[in-house]
Write a protein of this length. Structure first.
Length: 157
């Protein structure tokens, strides 16, 4: 992992393997608290689920962490805080999220990780941490963190 740096209010880190991406997620988890909402952005295959697995490990989740692509939400309660792992890729509107009652997990008593937040932008809380993952090579990723709406600054050093 390359040293992180701040560019235009964003913390940027380069990882060179899936293991490093998971490790970065694990380090982030150590700095999270109940109610935090983390947005994971990136193309298909960018590493969002790998990052989520790292967050889960950092929280002490013991279950196997899978992508919630078809279930929309996976809940993990074995860690020090509940982890609510969303995948909004298949949602067509925020109404679907509200109809399923899943919006109550955002900002609740655990950590909410949201993949594909652009699918339901009006459901995204104002205060959140936006994480953009970009593939820069076969195994390397550029990971940018940006606090939004008063979310505290978190460095991943």
């Amino acid at each position: 992992m390359n040293n992180d740096s701040w560019i235009d209010g964003m913390n940027t880190v380069i990882t060179n393997s899936a293991a490093e991406t998971r490790e970065l997620g694990k380090r982030l988890a150590e700095k999270l608290k109940a109610g935090d909402v983390i947005l994971l952005e990136g193309d298909l295959g960018a590493g969002k689920s790998e990052f989520a697995r790292g967050v889960a490990k950092g929280l002490g989740v013991t279950e196997t962490v899978t992508s919630p692509s078809f279930t929309i939400l996976n809940v993990y309660e074995s860690g020090k805080l509940p982890l609510y792992h969303f995948d909004w890729y298949r949602l067509e509107s925020s109404e679907e999220l509200y109809e399923l009652g899943m919006d109550e997990y955002l900002g609740g008593n655990g950590i909410a990780l949201v993949e594909w937040p652009a699918q339901c932008p009006d459901a995204v809380p104002e205060e959140c941490l936006r994480i953009r993952i970009t593939a820069t090579g076969e195994n390397s990723r550029q990971i940018e963190t940006e606090p939004c709406g008063g979310f505290r600054m978190i460095t991943l050093e």
